[in-house]
Design a binder for this molecule. Sequence first.
Ligand code: ZN
Length: 315
Amino acid sequence: MSSTNLRPTDVLISEVGPRDGLQSVKAVMPTANKLLWIDALVAAGLREIEVGSFVPAKLLPQMADVAEVVRHALTHPGVTVMALVPNLRGAEAALRAGVHKLTLPVSASEAHSLANVRKTRVDMVKEVSAIVQLRDEIAPGVKVETGMSTAFGCTIQGEVSEDDVVWLAKECAGAGADEVGLSDTTGMANPAQVRRLFDKVRAAIGERTGAAHMHNTRGLGLANCLAAWDVGVRTFDASLGGLGGCPYAPGASGNVVTEDLVFMFEAMGLNTGVDLDRLIAAREPLKRGLPGEPIYGMTPEAGLPKGWVPHRVTV
Ligand code: ZN
């Protein structure tokens, strides 16, 4: 999301841990812990949080309490509360719960699409269209984003053609999506590819080009975010402690670590609005809610550099 009250040089970090992170771990975080964790993320200055997904509890017991989590997140003024919805039924539940923004997973790979949402890509675009229509009817202020999974490669299908990504981005924008983000669900992207693909998508759909959602599976998460920044991307998904993955992308693990991403941008002189000390402190409620679960991050381990002053340079 590119909010109008931000300076053009600012970066919006969209925290996806409570959704992408929690859906990929076996343990179920108790609701009370989720609320404390979200409070700590807000206290750190995060202004957009994907708090869960509206999916049947049978499929993802981690998300059974999503409506309650949304209700709580909505008590924080100024925070954009997002939820992932895979279909119209989920979208209706999320809209009725009062979210500010929906994110819909649309796979660039046909094989991943069938595994993840049990629909072809074309059928998923129809679903996007139906969701946009429902949004217009019952909650016209809500933004609809499509997050294009496997845009940079797929563990099932292998290579994903750039023409397919551009085609699907146009289809999603044509179906009414306000923003079309690109996701490296499987951690296969490289910086040259990120620049090329975001450039192509922007040439095709202009300002509807959305967030970069990068995974750190092969250690290139930050490099890929920087590449996306270079070609005009200003919204970045990240997950506290690098929690995350995709249950239908075998071997995919680890979103970009929010702490490291914030450190990179702030050290470059860009204002993320996030306080790093408080962000690192937000790992405590995460650890308490998921005892024994490994969490990652180089910046929290190394600590902040001596004399650290965030975003002191004006770019
Ligand atoms: Zn992800």
